[in-house]
Write a protein that binds this ligand. Structure first.
Ligand SMILES: Cc1ncc(COP(=O)(O)O)c(C=O)c1O
Length: 452
């Protein structure tokens, strides 16, 4: 019998998050204060985050215990299945073995609840009453709204305007969970009003929505900010994905030669890849790791490794990352979760260290890959996840060309059931590719802050 799904019992769910910082051969560059440009301390971050998350942000411990209450909520959908993509392998006629970890079984439909639940838990523990955040695809906003409902926290979401218009049902889902959703840029904040004064038709960006959320969060003592990607503690919470995949591949008697993930801010990619990269850095097992980003927002493949703000208005701390510049507003392509100007400092650092590779793909190629995947495997991927599907298919076709059988693992980070406008546009032939000229990229990078 050919096994298709590798499943773990609830008892086999990881008890710890894995912190890759403990295994880095070179430490991460320091985080700087946006005003003084001096290293930030935990107290500087206290208006934004609860102390437990700040301590995770700077932790160098290899493992951090997952609180029982968080694990008990994870059990609503974790462990998630690992699939062997036997039908896709046949369709591609490839000698490669393709496995995918499916995070779309979570209540919100993606990997995002892995950190939303943890963040809501620590905020609740420290007496916070309200969380403010941004969302691009709506997956993160839905996840925090869901977590807020479980912990009786008020949730306010600034949703990038282009996604707000494309995805009314994501907004309805957030409202069903009890959150308030505002299209960003909005008239509700100084940051939003400044953008609208200059660009009344702005379609928004994650950087702008983050500025709005941070501005609102620091105004009230009972309110904190929550971020769905990029930060060390967010990537940490996602490592349950890779740890489970490792145990499931062991069941299958396999180990990946190649791991593929899509990258917006880097969290689902980190989730699947970090436990394996840790093993590689400890000299235990080798693996090739490929991050796939959109050609229309190519922070790693065309950006610069430099200190930059996490948001457009320059309110967040400065981090060293691959960036297109905090003022970069990507075109309104459909993978809303990948429209971020920067990349997680940890993912950027690993790219600099040569531990991972980065590549970019065009929108039309990603939808063609997603549809091929759906027709073979049945699951309809989120437009963001289509980038990983395209990356995995490219690797499998290369195996075919070279006549080698490699084991490919990719993260199918979410389903696309709320993204049917994007699919219908693709099928109607109205979607197009976006490419930036070198001049446009250079112009956005010219706004990088100078750091001594
Ligand atoms: C389904 C999905 N995949 C990927 C991403 C990109 O984020 P990250 O790179 O942090 O996984 C998002 C972000 O909203 C998303 O919704």
């Amino acid at each position: 019998m050919e096994t298709v799904k590798y499943l773990l019992s609830e008892r086999e769910m990881p008890e710890f998050w894995y912190n890759i910082v403990a295994d880095l051969p070179v430490p991460l560059p320091t985080v700087l204060h946006p005003g003084t440009k001096q290293p930030v301390g935990p107290a500087d971050l206290a208006p934004l985050f609860p102390m437990a998350l700040i301590l995770q942000e700077v932790s160098t411990e290899r493992t951090i215990e997952i609180p029982d209450e968080v694990r008990s909520i994870y059990r609503q959908w974790r462990p998630t299945p690992l699939y062997r993509a036997r039908r896709l392998e046949k369709a591609l006629d490839t000698p490669a073995k393709i496995y995918y970890k499916y995070e779309g079984v979570s209540p919100a439909g993606s990997h995002k609840p892995n950190t939303a639940v943890a963040q809501a838990y620590y905020n609740k523990q420290e007496g916070v009453k309200r969380l403010v955040t941004e969302t691009g695809a709506g997956q993160w906003g839905s996840s925090l709204a869901f977590a807020g409902a479980l912990f009786d926290l008020e949730v306010l979401v600034y949703m990038v305007k282009v996604s707000f218009n494309h995805k009314p049902y994501r907004r309805a889902l957030m409202e069903t969970y009890g959150a308030r959703v505002v299209a960003s840029p909005s008239e509700e904040t100084a940051a939003g009003r400044a953008i609208l004064a200059e660009h009344p038709d702005s379609t928004g960006s994650l950087g702008i929505a983050i500025s709005e959320a941070v501005e609102v969060a620091v105004q009230r003592d009972d309110t904190r900010y929550a971020l769905g990607s990029v930060l060390n503690h967010v990537l940490l919470h996602q490592t349950v994905i890779g740890q489970e995949a490792m145990a499931q591949l062991e069941q299958a008697g396999d180990y990946p030669d190649i791991i593929v993930g899509c990258t917006g801010g880097g969290s689902n990619f980190a989730g699947i890849a970090f436990p394996f990269i840790g093993a590689k850095m400890r000299g235990e097992r080798d693996v090739r790791v490929v991050a796939v980003e959109p050609a229309a927002c190519p922070s790693m493949t065309r950006g610069k490794y430099a200190y930059d703000y996490g948001d457009t208005a320059g309110m967040t701390p400065l981090v060293k990352m691959h960036t297109l510049g905090h003022t970069f507003v990507p075109s309104g392509f459909h993978a809303g979760g990948l429209r971020y100007h920067g990349m997680a400092p940890l993912v950027s650092h690993l790219l600099e260290l040569g531990q991972i590779e980065a590549t970019n793909v065009q929108q039309l190629e990603t939808f063609a890959a997603g549809i091929q995947f759906a027709r073979a495997e049945g699951i309809l991927p989120a437009p963001e996840a289509n980038h990983a599907v395209a990356g995995a298919i490219n690797e499998a076709l290369r195996c075919k060309e070279e006549g080698v059988s490699k084991t490919i693992l990719f993260n199918l980070c979410g389903h696309g059931h709320f993204d049917m406008t994007a699919y219908t546009d693709y099928m109607a032939g109205t979607l197009k590719d976006f490419e930036y000229s070198s001049e446009e990229v250079a112009m956005a990078l010219a706004g990088l802050p100078s750091v001594g």
